[in-house]
Design a protein around this ligand. Structure first.
Ligand code: SIN
Length: 194
């Protein structure tokens, strides 16, 4: 798959005739919307697990020293909690650019924390994209995150902001929490600071 997924996503016409679209965010889209939205509601999707397995060459790293950002792994029985945004279709263009480093739009069922379900979109970077990094020992992933830096800022901020945002939503994500603990430790913060 081409590294820049913008054109592929533009050909995805599933919600083209809709006045508004629900978007599910599970990574930076939880803590940094960066776009106008009509409504925002905590939600989850079934069958996916959040993992820091996607390389970032454009936001939290560089082509020479990629960072690591979140993607979703298909997992039977899993639930991934995040934030749903109701957006107008014009927001998808800039989102396709923001998510261009390997992420593709996927149609999913969103389940709102306060009840109800709807069809919506999520951006997922699957293992066949050129920036995919996959699994590694937690210490290796944490060190890469602690050291990487890209045009959007330090990779550690992406991880620690996500960790904070999930805690604020009362969501326990063992993968994110463990990575955050390791990165804080590498940063010299007391391991029990949180
Ligand atoms: C998301 O947040 O939903 C997608 C991945 C990211 O932009 O961090």
């Amino acid at each position: 798959m081409a590294l820049d997924t913008t054109q592929q996503n533009r050909r995805m016409t599933h919600f083209n005739d809709h006045d508004a679209i629900w978007l599910f965010g599970y990574g930076s889209l939880i803590w940094k919307a960066g776009f106008d939205y009509l409504e925002r509601r905590p939600a989850h999707i079934r069958g996916w697990t959040r993992r820091f397995w996607q390389g970032s060459h454009d936001h939290r790293g560089t082509p020479a020293a990629p960072g690591r950002v979140a993607t979703l792994l298909p997992t039977d029985g899993a639930i991934c909690h995040g934030m749903a945004y109701r957006i107008t279709p014009d927001i998808l263009g800039p989102l396709d650019v923001r998510e261009k480093n390997g992420y593709l739009r996927e149609v999913v069922t969103l389940r709102f924390a306060d009840g109800g379900t709807t069809q919506g979109l999520v951006y997922i970077a699957t293992e066949d994209n050129a920036a995919y990094l996959g699994d590694a020992p937690v210490e290796t992933i944490a060190r890469q995150i602690a050291e990487a830096h890209g045009p959007s800022g330090p990779n550690r901020d992406y991880l620690l902001n996500l960790d904070e945002a999930l805690r604020a939503l009362d969501v326990e994500d063992a993968h994110v929490a463990e990575l955050a603990r390791h990165v804080r430790h590498l940063d010299g913060e007391a391991p029990d600071a949180r």
